[in-house]
Design a protein around this ligand. Structure first.
Ligand code: GLN
Length: 558
C-alpha cells in the first residue's frame, strides 16, 4: 500500500507572500535543483497571472527578459532560471498564463464542448489550470512537478490558481504541497526581523483553503530561531519546515544554502519519497569558486537606454552567460552598461570602449540608440576590441560592415528605414503579411532551428572544441531564435567579397545565422542571428560566450 502511494506523482506549489521580487523564481529553481540532485525526475512550471497569452508582447524593460523555449514559446524569465538550474529544456507546457487558460476555455465553449452547460469561472477556470499542470507533468514524465505562481497571495487574480492547488490537494492530500516564499523585513529603527507580514500572508493562504507545508524566509540575514518558532506555530508546522534564506553572494548559492537547512531531506520525507543519490558537489564547488575570484574581466554591454531599474532582469540570460564563461576561465565578470544614445550626441565618447575588454550588443527592436550602437561596433571593429552581437547585435554589425567596409552608404534594416537604398537587413518573406495585418503575437521566427557551420571558422572552432566533436562530421548546431528580419540574401555576395564570413547558415542555405571576421583580421568579431544566451549553463558555458571571453582575456593581457 505504502509502496504504491509512493509512486504517485507529487506536486509542489511555490507561492509568494508579503511582496514580489524576493527571489521566488530562484527558490523554485533551487528546489528543482536539490531534488534533482537527490535522483528525482523534476519539472518546473511557471504560472503568470496576466491576461497576455505569452510574454512576447510584454515590454522587457518593465517585466524582464522574454525567455524563448525550444519550441518557440515566449515565456517569463523564470523559465531561464529553471533551465540554468536543472538543465532541462523548457517548452510551452512549462508556462501558463491567465490568457492561455481563458483562451482555451472560450475555444472549447465555442466548440460546444461543454455540451450546453454554462461555463463558470469556478470551477471551469481552475479545472483548465489543473489540466495544464498535469499536462506539464505528463510531457516531462516528472515524479515531482514544481509550480511557481507569479505574484503574491492575497492578489485578486491569483485566486483561481490557488483554487486549482486547493482542488488538487483536496483530491490527493499526500501528493500536493505548498511552499510559501515570504519576506522578513528588518526595520532600521528596530534592528530586528519581523514576522507579522508573513503571518498575514499565511492568513491569506488560509482564506484560500490552503496551509503552507513549508515556509522559506527570505531576508537580509538568516531567520532567527525565535522567528522560525513563531512562524512554525502560526502554520502548525514542525520548525524544520521553516527554512532560512538570507541574501547570498550569487544566486548559485541558494541550492547550497537550502541544503545547509536540509531542505531536500525534509521535502522528500514530507512527500514520502526516498532519495536515490546526493549529487550537488560540482554545483557547490562552483558556488564556492565564484566567491574566491578577484581578477576581473570587464565587458561593456552597449544598447539603448539602460537607466531603468530592472536592467538586470531585462538582460538576465546575457548577464548569466557572461558570468558562466568568465567563471570557467577564472575571472570575475564586471559588466558596464553603456548607453549608445550618448555616442549619437557626442561621437568621441565611443573612446570609452578602450577601457573594456570586450563588448556585447544584445537583442533589441526599433530605432532608438541604433546609430550609437553602430558607431560602437565600428569602433570595436577598427580598434580590434572583441565584439559579440546577439540577434539585433548581429544585424547591426552587418549594417556597420556594409556601410563602412563594403561602401554601401546608408545601408540599414527595413525595421528602421523602409526606404534605405541598401536594405542589408530585411523582412523574412513570410513576415511581411504578419506585420501588415498586425499579427504580432507569437509570429516571429521562434525557437530552436538548426544551422550548419563552416569548417575553419571561429564559430566552428568554438563549438567543436567545447563539445569535443569530430571536426568535420559534426557541424550541425541547434539554437533558439526570436526575430522577424534577416540578412538580405541579395547582399551576401557583396559582403562576403569584402571579407565578412557567414560561418553559420540554415540547412536550406536561405538564412545567415552567424557572421564573423576571420581570426587573422580581428581577435573576435562575431554576431549570431540566434540567441546563444538561452543555452548557457553555469557548469557548461556556451561555446561562443566562452570564445568571446577568451578573446577578451587576451586583450586584458595586452
Ligand atoms: N529586431 C530584430 C528582428 O526582429 C532583432 C530581434 C532581436 O534582437 N531579438 O529581427
Amino acid at each position: 500500500m505504502a509502496a504504491k502511494k509512493n509512486q504517485n506523482k507529487k506536486y509542489i506549489f511555490v507561492v509568494g507572500g508579503v511582496m514580489s521580487s524576493v527571489g521566488k523564481g530562484v527558490a523554485a529553481a533551487s528546489i528543482g535543483k536539490i531534488l534533482q540532485a537527490r535522483g528525482c525526475r523534476v519539472a518546473n512550471l511557471k504560472a503568470d497571472m496576466y491576461v497576455n497569452v505569452d510574454a512576447g508582447t510584454i515590454r522587457p524593460a518593465e517585466h524582464g527578459e522574454v525567455f524563448v523555449g525550444e519550441d518557440g514559446i515566449e515565456a517569463d524569465q523564470d523559465l531561464g532560471n529553471y533551465e540554468r538550474f536543472t538543465d532541462q529544456l523548457s517548452t510551452r507546457e512549462n508556462y501558463i498564463t491567465t490568457g492561455q487558460v481563458y483562451q482555451e476555455v472560450i475555444r472549447r465553449e465555442r466548440n460546444l464542448e461543454y455540451h450546453g452547460e454554462d461555463v463558470e469561472v469556478y470551477p471551469d477556470i481552475p479545472k483548465e489550470i489543473i489540466r495544464r499542470i498535469e499536462g506539464c507533468q505528463k510531457k516531462n514524465n516528472s515524479e515531482i512537478t514544481i509550480i511557481e505562481y507569479g505574484g503574491t497571495v492575497g492578489e485578486y487574480q491569483l485566486f483561481p490558481f490557488l483554487e486549482a492547488a486547493r482542488m488538487m490537494k483536496s483530491r490527493n492530500p499526500a501528493d500536493v504541497f505548498v511552499v510559501l516564499v515570504s519576506y522578513l523585513p528588518t526595520p532600521k529603527l528596530l534592528g530586528e526581523q519581523k514576522s507579522k507580514p508573513t503571518q498575514r500572508a499565511v492568513n491569506d493562504l488560509h482564506s484560500a483553503g490552503l496551509n503552507p507545508d513549508f515556509v522559506i524566509c527570505r531576508a537580509e540575514r538568516p531567520a532567527t530561531p525565535d522567528i522560525k518558532r513563531t512562524i512554525s506555530n502560526v502554520c502548525s508546522l514542525p520548525v524544520e519546515r521553516i527554512i532560512s534564506a538570507p541574501d547570498v553572494y550569487s544566486i548559485y548559492d541558494v541550492p547550497v544554502n537550502f541544503e545547509k537547512e536540509k531542505l531536500s531531506d525534509t521535502l522528500l520525507g514530507t512527500m514520502g519519497l526516498k532519495p536515490k543519490t546526493r549529487n550537488l558537489k560540482d554545483w557547490t564547488a562552483l558556488a564556492r569558486k565564484i566567491k574566491r575570484m578577484d581578477k576581473e574581466v570587464v565587458i561593456g554591454v552597449v544598447g539603448k537606454y539602460f537607466n531603468f531599474k530592472s536592467v538586470k532582469d531585462t538582460y538576465i540570460s546575457v548577464i548569466e552567460s557572461v558570468n558562466h564563461a568568465a567563471w570557467q576561465l577564472g575571472r570575475k565578470p564586471k559588466i558596464l552598461w553603456l548607453d549608445s544614445e550618448r555616442y549619437e550626441r557626442d561621437p568621441k565618447l565611443v573612446k570609452e570602449l578602450d577601457k573594456v575588454h570586450g563588448i556585447v550588443v544584445p537583442g533589441g527592436f526599433g530605432g532608438r540608440g541604433v546609430e550609437g550602437i553602430i558607431r560602437a561596433i565600428q569602433y570595436a571593429r577598427e580598434k580590434k576590441i572583441p565584439f559579440f552581437g546577439l540577434c539585433y547585435g548581429m544585424q547591426l554589425a552587418t549594417i556597420e560592415f556594409a556601410r563602412h567596409a563594403a561602401g554601401l552608404e546608408r545601408a540599414n534594416t527595413t525595421e528602421i528605414d523602409a526606404k534605405t537604398p541598401h536594405p542589408v537587413i530585411d523582412f523574412m518573406p513570410e513576415q511581411r503579411e504578419n506585420v501588415a495585418t498586425k499579427k504580432y503575437g507569437g509570429t516571429m521566427r521562434l525557437g530552436a532551428y538548426p544551422a550548419r557551420l563552416k569548417p575553419g571558422t571561429v564559430a566552428h572552432g568554438a563549438y567543436v572544441s567545447t563539445y569535443k566533436l569530430k571536426p568535420k562530421a559534426s557541424n550541425l548546431i541547434s539554437e533558439r531564435h526570436r526575430h522577424r528580419y534577416e540578412v538580405n540574401p541579395k547582399y551576401i555576395e557583396r559582403l562576403e567579397k569584402k571579407g565578412l564570413v557567414f560561418s553559420g547558415i540554415s540547412p536550406d542555405r536561405r538564412l545567415m545565422e552567424i557572421a564573423e571576421l576571420p581570426r587573422g583580421k580581428h581577435p573576435f568579431f562575431l554576431g549570431t542571428q540566434f540567441h546563444p544566451e538561452f543555452k548557457s549553463r553555469p557548469l557548461r558555458p556556451h561555446p561562443l560566450f566562452r570564445e568571446f571571453i577568451k578573446a577578451a582575456l587576451r586583450s586584458v593581457r595586452k
